[in-house]
Design a binder for this molecule. Structure first.
Ligand code: FES
Ligand SMILES: [Fe+2]
Length: 346
């Protein structure tokens, strides 16, 4: 069965991850593009985060070019209007007190924002001001982040996501001794999750996992683009969990940041050098193939998704479509994924 890809459209009513928590010190802010929208993401002096539309409602100057004020607001650099972290205007310096305009009646869009697990999440609601439908995903471990890597992919979110979940590209794109094994038939079991699917726990075959001894791994994918790999095992009698997260953060239709974060217990720090040495290369492989793909996509060709090796991509496309419909119509989301075993050679 061949299927085609649905159009490049951003899903709403979901959490996106534009930055690591450590990248914003108190008193700092900057513009973060998200889904083609300019967002000023910042941290007040007391540590609280804020995410506002980075366009002053007065005359459009980016608020990110202004200042964070001690009383907990952002000041626009053009006429000094100030906005609180909930988006409400708290001061218009030019007013004398005789006018009938109240600063408090003016608002800039505020995005719900969360800081957890060393990550910053921003909720991109379909209707500004609406409450989040759910909470951001979590790794299920409580260690600090141990290793992170961000690379900009020159493509829309779909090709970034599909490239990362594609089981058939490994031997060609990641052609390294520590990753590659002679291609053979693989059989993996999949089950639906609330907004995605999981490749259930199995013994990984790649040589690099041998570093951790005898392990099991489980890989989940949920909208809009969060992949968690949870590796569990035992070393010298002690049980451990290594969790890797990969998210695709769409900046606009042609630029997507792929951000990878790993958590592991401190006593496993001996694996750090491997991440340091190989991690950037691994994501870089995926980034380069997408850049090459761009040379073909320029001509807007028809594309194919074939058989079991492209089934995760087919599911992604269907889950995405079902989510978009549920947002548009205000109806419950029903996950179209069915439990299934997939077989492919890679
Ligand atoms: S443009 Fe922002 S205060 Fe005038
Ligand atoms: Fe890959």
């Amino acid at each position: 069965m061949a299927e085609t890809l649905s159009g490049d459209l951003f899903l709403r009513d979901l959490w996106y991850m534009p930055a690591l928590a450590s990248s914003l010190a108190p008193g700092q802010m900057r513009r973060e593009m998200l889904l083609g929208e300019p967002v000023v993401l910042g941290r007040l002096q007391d540590g609280a985060l804020f995410a506002l539309r980075d366009i002053c409602p007065h005359r459009g100057v980016p608020l990110s070019a202004g200042r964070i004020m001690a009383e907990g607001s952002v000041e626009c650099p053009y006429h000094g209007w100030r906005f609180k972290r909930d988006g409400q205007c708290s001061k218009i310096p030019s007013l004398t007190g005789h006018e009938d305009l109240k600063a408090e009646s003016i608002r800039v869009r505020a995005y719900p924002v969360r800081e957890q697990d060393g990550l910053i999440w921003v909720y991109m609601a379909a209707r500004p001001g609406s409450e989040p439908r759910n909470e951001p995903p979590r790794p299920g471990v409580s260690t600090p982040t141990r290793w992170t890597e961000t690379q900009r992919f020159l493509c829309g979110i779909d090709h970034a996501v599909i490239g990362l979940m594609d089981p058939a590209h490994g031997p060609y794109v990641h052609d390294h001794w520590w990753w590659k094994k002679a291609p053979r038939v693989k059989e993996k079991h999949y089950a639906p999750l609330s907004t995605g699917f999981v490749m259930t726990a199995h013994k990984p075959s790649k040589p690099v996992y041998a570093l951790l001894g005898d392990v099991q791994t489980e890989i989940t994918f949920e909208l809009p683009s969060t992949r968690f790999e949870t590796i569990t095992g035992k070393l010298l009698g002690a049980a451990f969990k290594v969790v890797g997260m990969t998210v695709c953060t769409p900046r606009n239709a042609e630029n997507t940041d792929v951000i990878q974060v790993f958590w592991w217990p401190g006593w496993l720090n001996f694996i750090y050098p491997f991440f340091w040495a190989l991690g950037a290369t691994f994501i870089g492989d995926d980034r380069k193939i997408v850049e090459l793909q761009r040379e073909g996509l320029k001509f807007n060709p028809n594309l194919m998704l074939i058989q079991d090796s492209d089934q995760p991509a087919i599911w992604y496309s269907r889950v995405k479509k079902a989510w978009a419909e549920s947002v548009e119509t205000g109806t419950d989301f029903v996950n179209p994924v069915q439990e299934r075993t997939l077989r492919w050679r890679s």
